[in-house]
Ligand binder design. Structure first.
Ligand code: NAD
Ligand code: DAU
Length: 349
């Protein structure tokens, strides 16, 4: 199969492409705009791989996307390209509306036109997998889980744009017959995550002996899933998921932020001890995120029961492996801190 992946130079996209190229025989066409979050270094080992093609481009450029479909004739789309960071969406929502809503609209338009030209078994097996988030469901109190039938109630500008894109994707199925499947996943962690997100930010700041900023009192809860488990879930849904269905993906692994940050600190105390004191001494409670959703938690019964998917990483060993990865790949994140990865993505080094 030839799979068109959008946003493949980001955190989840690069881990997904690594999975597709290492564990399957699929071919991959990766369309990525290379925003600040897109990092070709994350896929450096595949730069010349025969089953991999990279196209630098914007999903909102419908002419370019029509060309990509015409030139590469994919058998499926896995759509991950997005502006993904909640705090950035609060400071500047415009890019989120442009990529997540307008960009998804143009991508769906190009995919829909392409799909209309397919026939026979190619049309029958074509899939458009729209990758989304549990944040579309809003926030939970102390009890309960998000299921596929939970009503949408997005709070942040990021969540609102992802909710819009989910609705557009579903509308393209009901209106134009595009074989769309939607996934909504909880918080991912693992290697190659941009150091603005909680876990890599804490690891890198702790290694640098800097304060660890925990919003509010650190009581907000997130449901954590290793990115490789998300990649395997997406492949399972692409292969066996039912058209028109939604699958919630989650690790059944809720943690309060403060407990998670303390776990990061404890693992670092062991793997990378401080000269004086322990890493938890660096924790600082700072002003809360506006509109901070209290708790996310996913009911993943459907994907587990119907598609037989199971996460392979528990949080303790996944976190340890992730911390080890950041300790051993200082060059990857140091280039981000120095801005050098930006020079490389612009072809200047
Ligand atoms: P990321 O920010 O790490 O990567 C996004 C990628 O998209 C980058 O490579 C960027 O260059 C690219 N991109 C952005 N705008 C583009 C455009 N207009 N055209 C082409 N490429 C563009 O994001 P991520 O954390 O890897 O998330 C990937 C997807 O998964 C997103 O759709 C996100 O909403 C969803 N998701 C993320 C999480 C999570 O915990 N990170 C959880 C559930 C769902
Ligand atoms: O739930 C899925 C979502 O998870 C994805 O859709 C988003 O793309 C992804 O960014 C993530 O959103 P969060 O806002 O949950 O992730 P973030 O890493 O920004 O924050 C995780 C929690 O940690 C959240 O409660 C805010 C808190 N936090 C975050 C940062 C960056 C802190 O306390 N301090 C920080 O410095």
């Amino acid at each position: 199969m030839k799979i068109l992946v959008t946003g493949g130079c980001g955190f989840i996209g690069s881990n997904l492409i690594r999975h597709l190229l290492s564990a399957t025989a699929h071919r991959v066409v990766n369309v990525d705009k290379l925003t600040y979050a897109g990092n070709p270094n994350s896929l450096a080992e595949f730069a010349d791989a025969p089953r991999y093609v990279f196209v630098r481009g914007d999903i909102a450029d419908v002419t370019l996307m029509r060309g990509v479909f015409a030139d590469h004739a994919p058998d499926a789309v896995m759509h991950l390209a997005a502006e993904s960071h909640v705090d950035r969406s609060i400071d500047g929502p415009a890019d989120f509306i442009q990529t997540n809503v307008v960009g998804t609209f143009h991508l769906l338009s190009a995919a829909g036109e392409y799909y209309q030209q397919l026939s026979g078994s190619r049309a029958e097996s074509f899939r458009f997998l729209h990758v989304s988030t549990d944040e579309v469901y809003g926030a939970l109190g102390a009890e309960g889980l998000f299921s596929e039938s939970t009503a949408y109630d997005p709070h942040s500008p990021y969540a609102a744009t992802k909710a819009s894109s989910d609705h557009l994707a579903r509308a393209w199925r009901t209106t134009y017959g595009l074989p769309v499947i939607v996934t909504n996943c909880s918080n991912n962690y693992g290697p190659y995550q941009f150091p603005e997100k909680l876990i890599p930010l804490m690891i890198i700041k702790a290694i640098g002996e800097q304060p660890l900023p925990v919003y509010g009192r650190g009581e907000n809860v997130r449901d954590w899933l290793h990115v490789v488990d998300h990649a395997s879930a997406l492949c399972q849904v692409l292969q066996h998921g039912a058209v028109g269905h939604t699958y919630n993906i989650g690790g059944d692994c809720q943690r309060r932020n403060i407990d998670l940050v303390r776990s990061v600190c404890e693992i670092l105390d062991e793997l990378h001890p401080r000269q004086n004191g322990c890493h938890a001494d660096l924790i600082r409670f700072v002003a809360d995120r506006p509109g901070h959703d209290f708790r996310y938690a996913i009911d993943s019964t459907k994907i587990r029961g119907q598609l037989g998917w199971q996460p392979q990483h528990d949080l303790e060993s996944g976190l340890r492996q992730t911390i080890r990865w950041y300790l051993e790949h200082r060059d990857w994140w140091q280039a981000i801190l120095d801005g050098n990865y930006q020079l490389q993505r612009l072809g200047r080094v």
